[in-house]
Design a protein around this ligand. Structure first.
Ligand SMILES: [Zn+2]
Length: 424
């Protein structure tokens, strides 16, 4: 019996440590309407265990899907039978995960030893929250930590407020990490928080002049429960978790896609009504406390002029609408601003982004935060999909964090300056 238990424990350990061993990410290119129909059916079919890393079925853009090892050969056969072309983008997901974890462990040791913070590393929620406290303590006249509410699992949700004074000045909102697995968005936001503080302290244009007229609110972790879950849970490794962690009508499928839960064409096309779907919209608009907290905070503040949200991956700089292909009333101006911001971004490392509306660059999405912000009169609403274009996908190596943050900062800075120069 004891031997049996020991073997069982070992099997469990091996299974948990190597949850993604042999999983591949396939890039699939639909070439016809028939292919698109087949792929749409696949998305509803939970039996394969497919994890859609990108969405939006079209003959113009490929999509990336993580295929569990157990389904891999059957799935490739299926694609070949249907003459749907594909390539292997990531040969073994577990290898990237192992490297990432090893780097995090060794970085945490170094940080503990040197009592420093390494911007070129991924951090857990606790470390990010303690970084925020340190930043606030070092810049008490500029930065404060605003608690905007608590999560489903009762974790605090914080925004950093950068302000030189005044009551409810016009403000800029930036959030990151509403999708838990998009780690480079959190890590970039950490770097950007430090950069705003440093630029202000060193009187480096244009930050001081922006902050003489406007406040900046930066929420580094918009989905704390999901982020914690994407690090480590007691039994399994859930690095690729996207949603929140609330209980749904299906006990096997917790979590809501927070970026489909905003009160903007909620429950329209471009979100799933199945709790097991990666883009499950939730039972009602703002049913999720995290979404409600953000929406209530922005609404009660009442003077936000810009709303920006950081995601990954695909290298896109986008504006409303997500829910529809019709042009937003401010589309020409938003397109110009995004195009100029993109030039700034490109100037650093020549990273190529695409600019356009969410609907036209990725996919139709209902309940998205930028549509919500725009429909509530926040004209300068933008969504970023940061690096890369799929070589590593959500598992972007940490040595790309700082360059990603730097180029993103140039675009954000341009937009913030523009918003400041164009009051409305
Ligand atoms: Zn996202």
């Amino acid at each position: 019996m004891r031997l049996y238990l020991a073997v069982f424990a070992l099997l469990v350990a091996v299974h948990c440590e190597e949850l993604f061993n042999g999983d591949q990410v396939l890039r699939i290119q639909a070439e016809s309407e028939d292919h698109i129909q087949v792929l749409k059916e696949l998305e509803k079919d939970m039996d394969w265990g497919l994890d859609f890393w990108t969405h939006g079925f079209s003959t113009e853009r490929p999509i990336d899907i993580r295929v569990p090892h157990a389904s891999l050969y059957a799935f490739k056969d299926f694609l070949m039978e249907n003459n749907i072309p594909f390539t292997v983008m990531i040969n073994n997901v577990q290898e990237l995960l192992d490297r990432e974890r090893a780097e995090m462990v060794s970085n945490a040791q170094t940080e503990r030893k040197t009592k420093s913070f390494n911007f070129a590393a991924y951090h857990d929620l606790e470390t990010i929250y303690s970084f925020m406290d340190t930043l606030v303590a070092s810049h008490p006249n500029l930065i404060s930590k605003v608690k905007i509410g608590s999560t489903y699992e009762n974790r605090p949700m914080y925004a950093l407020k950068f302000s030189t004074g005044g009551e409810k000045r016009p403000a800029i909102w930036i959030d990151a990490g509403i999708h838990a697995r998009e780690w480079v968005s959190h890590a970039s936001a950490v770097w950007i928080a430090d950069r705003i503080a440093t630029d202000f302290k060193q009187n480096r244009a244009p930050v001081p002049s922006i902050l003489s007229q406007m406040d900046i609110f930066l929420m580094i972790v918009a989905n704390p429960d999901g982020y914690v879950f994407s690090h480590i849970s007691p039994r399994e490794f859930h690095r690729l978790w996207r949603k929140s962690r609330s209980v749904t009508s299906n006990p096997n499928c917790p979590g809501v896609d927070l970026n489909r839960n905003f009160d903007a064409e909620f429950s329209g096309p471009g979100a799933s009504d199945d709790p097991c779907g990666e883009d499950y919209r939730g039972p009602s608009a703002q049913s999720e406390i995290e979404v409600k907290n953000i929406a209530d905070f922005i609404t009660s503040h009442g003077n936000f002029k810009s709303f920006m949200t950081l995601h990954a991956y695909s290298q896109l700089l986008m504006y409303p609408y997500a829910y529809s292909g019709t042009n937003a009333p401010d589309q020409p101006e938003l397109h110009d601003v995004a195009t100029q911001a993109n030039k700034e971004l490109y100037s650093w490392h020549s990273t190529i982004y695409k600019v356009g509306s969410i609907f036209h660059t990725i996919e139709q999405a209902s309940g998205a935060s930028v549509d919500w912000a725009y429909q509530r009169g926040i004209k300068y609403s933008f969504a970023f999909e940061l690096r890369d274009t799929g070589k590593y996908g959500f598992l972007l190596p940490a040595d790309q964090i700082v360059s990603t943050a730097r180029e993103t900062w140039l675009a954000l800075r341009y937009i913030m300056q523009y918003v400041c120069d164009h009051p409305y």
